[in-house]
Ligand binder design. Structure first.
Ligand code: CP
Ligand code: NVA
Length: 305
């Protein structure tokens, strides 16, 4: 990875993404050793988390380093003090920062003023560590990512955007099926389509059509953190995109089921589908830890090669 930060999948190239997946696989298989002994990661979370927090903390622990978690109302970036001051204070005390913020611009300002690497732990625009863990899961399952068909059902949200960018870089054909008004934004489509790597991004509205040739079908919540108040009014638009047995009957019989979690069973996915033998959701969750170990080791210069 050449840039100093991972604020977006757009910080990566086809080569650096492939390399991160290689390092992740190696660390998952063989362990990493204490590459980051004596180093500390600060975690600033404006929103709740299970997977992201625990996987970052465990990644640092496995690398021989340390982490400091600051949740909800502790730092109050931009409220208790300016984001840029948080960045400059932390840069004098820790070796890296991972942040989960509402506004993507908060993360960017943090990265701009920090002298240490800043990693996106989810913003309203992107969730790059999730997309990397998802690609790692697919690489383990399929061996190669080239030419794989991945269909995502739902809002063109943070998860979908990072998956779209990562897919193109990895040579995956990504189809996003969304209700009218909830598709991937045009600028995201343009940016994704301009990336190297050989993959593609297609935006459609017909869910059954979208899953027909899919090797993998992926979904996410109908209302992301911060948008919960819109859930009730969204339900009627999103119901045709629910991952249920009827929809999965339109997909190839061996298509994998993915979800970044937490899942709202009975909304975007049924209990039957997420609990089925096609589901790899807990592999995705575990892989968050392996990918973040690789990301931190790489950004902090402790990568094994
Ligand atoms: N998938 C994911 O990021 O989960 P958390 O919100 O629990 O971290
Ligand atoms: N799109 C979801 C992902 C949660 C991991 C959200 O932003 O809430």
């Amino acid at each position: 990875m050449s840039p100093r930060d991972l604020t977006s999948i757009l910080d990566l190239t086809p080569d650096s993404l492939a390399r991160l997946l290689d390092v992740s696989l190696g660390m998952k298989r063989d362990g990493s050793g204490p590459l980051l002994r004596g180093q500390t990661l600060a975690l600033i979370f404006e929103k709740p988390s299970l997977r992201t927090r625990v996987s970052f903390e465990m990644a640092m622990h496995r690398l021989g380093g340390h982490s400091i978690y600051m949740g909800g109302h502790e730092v109050l970036m931009g409220d208790r003090e300016p984001v840029r001051d948080v960045a400059r204070v932390l840069s004098r005390m820790v070796q890296a920062v991972a942040a989960r913020t509402y506004q993507h611009s908060t993360l960017i300002e943090l990265a701009e003023y920090a002298d240490v690497p800043v990693v996106n732990a989810l913003t309203e625009d992107e969730h790059p560590c999730q997309a990397l863990a998802d690609l790692l899961t697919l690489r383990e399952r399929f061996g190669s990512l080239t030419g794989l068909r991945l269909t995502y059902l739902g809002e063109g949200n943070n998860v979908a955007r990072s998956l779209a960018y990562a897919s193109v870089l990895a040579g995956v054909h990504f189809t996003c099926a969304s209700p009218e008004g909830f598709a991937l934004p045009d600028d995201v489509l343009e940016r994704a389509r301009a990336l190297p790597g050989g993959g593609s991004v297609t935006q459609v509205h017909d869910a059954h059509e979208a899953v027909r040739d899919a090797a993998v079908v992926y979904t996410d919540v109908w209302a992301s953190m911060g948008f919960e108040a819109e859930l009730d009014s969204r339900k009627e638009h999103f119901r045709p995109y629910q991952m249920n047995a009827d929809l999965m009957a339109s997909a190839p019989a061996d298509a994998l089921v993915m979800h970044d979690l937490p899942a709202h069973r009975g909304e975007e996915i049924t209990d039957e589908v997420i609990e089925s033998s096609r589901s790899v959701v807990f592999e995705q969750a575990e892989n968050r830890m392996h990918v973040q170990q690789a990301v931190l080791a790489t950004l902090l210069g402790g990568s094994p090669g």
